[in-house]
Every structure is written in structure tokens, then in C-alpha cells.
Design a protein around this ligand. Structure first.
Ligand SMILES: Cc1cc2nc3c(=O)[nH]c(=O)nc-3n(C[C@H](O)[C@H](O)[C@H](O)COP(=O)(O)OP(=O)(O)OC[C@H]3O[C@@H](n4cnc5c(N)ncnc54)[C@H](O)[C@@H]3O)c2cc1C
Length: 375
């Protein structure tokens, strides 16, 4: 039996725990300093832009596509295993295009996706108005509609992944910050790289054959403790929840709408999420960046942008405003899924920046593949 210890139980750590819990001969232990889904995951809108993203090849597209495919089985599988309901939207994503010069790029993407086996529809403004009467078509030159993209509630998903992994025998330890690693093994080095044999919290130690660091913004201090700092910094995002007395548009067609990079996410019963801001911290240092405070005006601007394409939102009542910090890798592409330099049994699954919910299932599969190579 191989013991795998996962540090961090946001959507990424929980997805890895669940996927590994399905493998024969692996005992999974997850350690988090808080309860599950409290970090960046708690703030996310869960929009999965795969087919409608402009990534068409290379690692980024492969991860998106792999996640898209795994999501088709993952949600029903988890709901059946755990009896938990996972709020998700399968009406697709509609992106509003306001600039005629962007149309050739969308047409080219449509052709590429068709060859890849996916369909993107390009709608005239009138079609946008017919299918989504709640949207203003003023300034809209086209609607790009992907029926194969989706949205999922990140907290529901993470809690279901935890419950599913637990049902398969994984162990979770919450409220336990990881404070160090097995020092004696850290000092020993060999040609294959160092091995780290245990993860320490203040109260206990977890012996490990392999360790996965999926700690989001906590990844930098953890990798510093391993003498291999992996720089992951915060990018603040704010969002809000609105309630309208009358649900918007056609009851039987409620896609996520994106206009000018602002999402409108239907939740049912007249509730909507609107977001998010993308706020880079001053280039000072991690402590200052982590202390960055959300500015209310930035979220007001986001709401104004959403109202511009969906005027009825102006009559809504804001029921909740929140913010979160996205983990963004510095000096390398997001996400970071690789072994920790110099170690033969430590893996990083972090820095998912704006797409952690979308990419969590593919990340989990990638980590599973890497561990299988380890033997
Ligand atoms: C406003 C907003 C909107 C977003 N919308 C979307 C979206 O629509 N679609 C999408 O795909 N993504 C979205 N994201 C991005 C997404 O939230 C992140 O990419 C994702 O949540 C990252 O997940 P994670 O598990 O890596 O990190 P986190 O959720 O931050 O989890 C990391 C965990 O590690 C734990 N940890 C850290 N250090 C330690 C330690 N020393 N010991 C023990 N535990 C530790 C933390 O407690 C935490 O639970 C959004 C983000 C924001 C802020």
C-alpha cells in the first residue's frame, strides 16, 4: 500500500484525493489548515470555459479538454456515490462580442473546434435577443455560444469530492496547518533526488511515500521549507450575488453569459452571481500582496458592466459581496503540475489562477499519471 499525503483541500486537492482514492493500492491522506473549500475555491464562480476559450493547442488546451471530458462523468458519479446534490449548469456559455474586428478570430476558433469535434455557434444579434430576451443587444455584433461548456458550484463540488474520497477510504485532517517536513530525509540526497518521508503539523506527523502540494497560496512557504521556493502570488477577485423577484430570460434556457470578461451566472430562483474583478497587487512583496483590500468601486464597475448588457440586473437586490485571492504562478505558466525540483517524491499541483475549478479534474488525472510512472 502506498501512502500519498496531499497538502491543501481546495477544489484541486479534493479532486486529486478523489481521483487517487479510486486507485488500487493507494491510501490517501489530506491535510488542510482550514475546513475544505475555504481558500480561493470559496470565492470562485465555477465557470468552465474550455471550448469557448481561445486556447486551441498545447498543454493548456489539453488540460481543458481532459477536464471537460472528466466532468461529464464526475458530477453524476459523485452525486450517486455521496447522495449530495452538486449545483451545476448545463445550458452552456454565451459570450457577447462587441467588436467587429474580433469576429474573424471567433470564426477561426469555430472552424478549429469543429475539426476537434466540438461545436461553437455564432449568433446574429437578433438571435441573441430571441434566445436571451433579458440581454440588451445594443453594441452586440455577435453571440458566441458553446453548449458543451458548463458551470459548477465550487463548494458543492469540493465537498462532494471530499465525501466521495472518504467513502473510498481516504482520510482527511482539517484545522491542521502543515508546518514542516521530515528533516532527516531532507538532508539525505541521492542521484534520483531527495525523498521526504513525512509531513508534520503541530500535532502529528503523516508518513508519506509521496506528497502532493496543492496548497494554492500556501505553496510558496511550503516549498521554501523544502529549499525549492515556487512563487505563487495572489490576484484579487471580487464578485456578488443578486436576487431578482422575476427570473431573467427564458426559463428553459439559462446559459452563463459573459460580456467584457464579466460573468452572469444563473443559480435558479431569481439568484445570480456576477463577477469578477481581476486586481493585481502592488509589486511589493507577498505579505503586502496578501494584505491587499478589495475596493468597493471595482465591484461596482463590474456590476455596471453587467447591467450594460443585462439591464434588468439594475432592479436586483445585492444579497452578498465577497472577494478571494487567485493563486497565480510567477514566472511560469498556470497551472504548475510537476515534480518539485530536486525531489523524487514531491509533486506540485498549484497556481491554477483563474481556472482552478475547470482544471481540477485534469490536474487530478495528471497527478495520478505521474504517480503511476513512479511505480
Ligand atoms: C472571484 C473569483 C472567481 C473565480 N472564478 C473562477 C471560475 O469561474 N472558474 C474557475 O475555474 N476558477 C475560478 N477562480 C479561480 C479558482 O478559485 C482557483 O483557481 C481555485 O480555487 C484554486 O484551487 P486550489 O485548490 O488550488 O486553491 P485553494 O482553494 O486556495 O485551496 C488551497 C488550500 O490549501 C490550504 N493550505 C495552504 N497552506 C497550507 C498549509 N501550510 N497547511 C495546510 N493547508 C494549507 C488552504 O487552507 C486551502 O484550503 C476564481 C477565483 C476567484 C477569486
Amino acid at each position: 500500500m502506498k501512502h500519498i499525503t496531499i497538502i491543501g483541500c481546495g477544489v484541486v486537492g479534493a479532486a486529486i484525493a478523489y481521483e487517487l482514492s479510486l486507485c488500487q493500492g493507494i491510501q490517501v491522506t489530506v491535510v488542510d489548515q482550514t475546513a475544505p473549500a475555504q481558500g480561493s475555491t470559496a470565492a470562485a464562480l465555477g465557470v468552465g470555459m474550455a471550448v469557448i476559450s481561445h486556447k486551441v493547442k498545447g498543454r493548456n488546451w489539453q488540460l481543458r479538454e481532459r477536464s471537460l471530458k472528466r466532468y461529464q462523468t464526475l458530477i453524476p458519479e459523485l452525486e450517486a456515490l455521496t447522495g449530495r446534490e452538486i449545483q451545476h449548469n448545463t445550458h452552456g456559455i454565451l459570450s457577447l462580442c462587441f467588436a467587429a474586428e474580433e469576429l474573424p478570430r471567433w470564426r477561426s476558433l469555430q472552424a478549429i473546434r469543429h475539426k476537434q469535434g466540438y461545436e461553437l455557434e455564432l449568433w446574429e444579434p437578433e438571435q441573441v435577443g430571441d434566445r436571451c430576451p433579458h440581454l440588451s443587444t445594443a453594441g452586440v455584433v455577435a453571440g458566441i455560444y458553446s453548449s458543451q461548456d458548463f458551470q459548477v458550484n465550487p463548494t458543492d463540488l469540493t465537498l462532494a469530492l471530499v465525501a466521495g474520497a472518504q467513502a473510498n477510504g481516504a482520510e482527511f485532517h482539517f484545522g491542521e496547518p502543515v508546518v514542516g517536513f521530515d528533516e532527516s530525509d531532507l538532508e539525505a540526497s541521492s542521484q534520483e533526488g531527495r525523498r521526504c518521508g513525512a509531513v508534520h503539523t503541530a500535532n502529528q506527523s503523516f508518513a508519506a511515500d509521496a506528497i502532493v502540494i496543492s496548497a494554492g497560496l500556501g505553496s510558496l512557504p511550503l516549498t521554501q521549507a523544502l529549499y525549492q521556493p515556487t512563487d505563487v502570488g495572489p490576484v484579487l477577485g471580487q464578485a456578488l450575488r443578486l436576487h431578482l423577484d422575476e427570473p431573467l430570460g427564458n426559463f428553459d434556457f439559462q446559459p452563463v453569459v459573459n460580456g467584457n470578461d464579466i460573468h452572469l451566472v444563473p443559480l435558479g430562483d431569481g439568484d445570480y452571481w456576477v463577477g469578477a474583478t481581476v486586481e493585481f497587487p502592488p509589486d511589493t512583496g507577498l505579505d503586502e500582496a496578501l494584505a491587499i483590500k478589495p475596493e468597493a468601486e471595482r465591484l461596482d464597475e463590474v456590476l455596471a458592466s453587467a447591467i450594460a448588457y443585462c439591464p434588468a440586473l439594475a432592479t436586483g437586490k445585492i444579497t452578498h459581496r465577497w472577494s478571494g485571492l487567485r493563486p497565480r504562478p510567477q514566472g511560469q505558466a498556470a497551472p504548475v503540475i510537476q515534480s518539485l525540483t530536486g525531489y523524487s517524491n514531491i509533486w506540485l499541483a498549484t497556481g491554477h489562477y483563474r481556472n482552478g475549478v475547470l482544471l481540477a479534474p485534469a490536474t487530478a488525472l495528471a497527478i495520478r499519471d505521474l504517480l503511476e510512472q513512479l511505480g
